[in-house]
Ligand binder design. Structure first.
Ligand code: KE4
Length: 425
């Protein structure tokens, strides 16, 4: 019995499903999850010391590559002075200023410890600021596991094909309108019907939880105009895309300015940091200044903040994103070329350091379209690559991620493995 199998069986005795987050369980691709014991740069090693080229990158945070020496060093140097104080620290000011300097839409920001906390808090703030109850989200978008958002969520939920979660009373989601991503007319109709009751729209400005789905031209601009017209807030959930899709997230790529932005993943560099921020007149409603309560014991944790600060600093080095995007182009175009050469219907897309692989004829623009992709073929591809030392996301409904350490040799090794696998599909 393999070490991974032994560990998984043991884990299942005390951890539900053997994992601390559902998508890690390989339920949608089958097989035994790999228990990772170390990582460096573009590589991870499992419990049997098998090396993999990693395209999950902890679901986004590892944009510099795993265990970047400068990030590890600052964690070590910070930790020796204490792990957590529950009191303000200078580092929290520095990262707030660093985030605001990179995202002009953010005038004030509150740190939390996960993406879920950031979106949950941003929605409460939008409701408190507007005095309204209804929210709009889009099917296939995932914003973490706060009750009012577990409605036709994407990511792990989509993988299980379970459009809503048990344990969420109907009353908790009756204010959540779920519309189709990239369909602006449905949003207009919703505002016509509920306009004065809608507190906010929360949207992944580039969706990464139903595979990678980009906004069609005019979609984000239309959301912005409708929110302005009806006095609702536009929340860009950039937990995944923030400093991943580009140096200023999707708002920097598109010029569409949200009222609030949620962040996590990259801003912690692999340590638990989330954040929500935006217009000062809105953020000033957050306790202790305002009447919208939000709090967190480990919010702004000094060790996590130190890792995030060094990560943001290193990302600002000239040429980082240009190189990241170029390597992503080589990977995704190379995969598509080899699939086509093998007669496999597969296409790809990418932006910045994130990408999508679709076993269908054209790049999807909606949840319905991506749902028609050939998930059986994806499973075979996933395991074929895994057996050749390449670790993609264990779900057809997740985006992939590269890092600054995925150099030409790593990309070529990936493409060589893919050429072999496509021949077996
Ligand atoms: P966390 O609570 O997992 O830190 O963040 C929730 C979240 C919020 N918003 C967006 C756009 C997200 O992508 C996420 C989390 N992303 C998933 C990956 N698809 C995390 C992986 C997991 O659930 O284990």
């Amino acid at each position: 019995m393999s070490r991974n199998t032994q560990l998984f069986e043991r884990a299942c005795q005390t951890i539900p499903g053997g994992v601390n987050s559902p998508v890690r369980a390989f339920r949608s691709v089958g097989g035994t999850p790999r228990f990772i014991k170390r990582a460096q740069g573009p590589y991870i090693w499992d419990a049997e010391d098998t090396q993999y080229i990693d395209y999950v990158g902890s679901w986004g945070p590892a944009i510099l590559g795993h265990a970047h020496p400068e990030v590890v060093r600052v964690v070590q140097e910070t930790a020796v002075h204490g792990l957590s104080f529950g009191a303000p620290t200078e580092g929290e000011i520095e990262i707030a200023e660093a985030i605001a300097a990179r995202l002009p839409s953010i005038k004030k920001v509150r740190l939390v410890s996960s993406g879920t906390e950031s979106t949950m808090s941003a929605i409460r703030l939008a409701r408190g600021f507007t005095g309204r109850s209804k929210i709009i989200k889009f099917e296939g978008c995932y914003h973490g596991h706060a009750d009012s958002l577990l409605v036709k969520a994407g990511s792990g939920m989509l993988t299980f094909g379970n459009p809503t979660s048990a344990g969420v009373p109907p009353e908790f989601i009756k204010h959540t309108l779920v519309l189709d991503y990239n369909k602006l007319d449905a949003v207009e109709a919703a505002f016509k019907e509920h306009g004065q009751d809608i507190a906010c729209i929360i949207v992944e400005p580039i969706a990464g939880n139903m595979n990678l789905i980009k906004p069609v031209p005019g979609f984000l601009e239309g959301l912005r105009a409708l929110c302005t017209q009806y006095g609702a807030l536009l929340i860009f959930d950039e937990v995944m895309t923030g400093f991943r899709a580009g140096p200023q997230g999707v708002q920097g790529l598109t010029g569409v300015t949200p009222d609030l932005t949620t962040l996590a993943k990259v801003i912690g560099g692999g340590m638990p940091v989330g954040a929500f921020g935006g217009r000062a007149d809105i953020m000033d409603h957050i306790a202790p200044l305002g009447d919208v309560y939000q709090a967190g014991t480990l919010s702004g944790n000094p060790v996590a903040v130190a890792a995030g600060l060094v990560t943001l600093k290193l990302l600002a080095e000239p040429g980082f994103y240009e190189q990241l995007s170029e390597q992503n182009r080589k990977l995704t175009e190379g995969l598509a070329q080899r699939a086509t050469a093998a007669g496999i219907e597969m296409c790809t897309d990418y932006v910045g350091g994130m990408f999508g692989l679709y076993f269908c004829g054209s790049v999807p623009t909606s949840f319905d379209e991506v749902s028609t992709c050939n998930t059986e073929r994806f499973k075979k591809f996933f395991h074929g690559m895994l057996n050749r030392g390449v670790y993609f996301a264990p779900s057809a409904f997740e985006a992939g991620f590269i890092s600054g350490t995925h150099d030409d040799a790593v990309i070529q090794a990936t493409l060589d493995a893919a050429e072999e696998v496509f021949a077996t599909l």
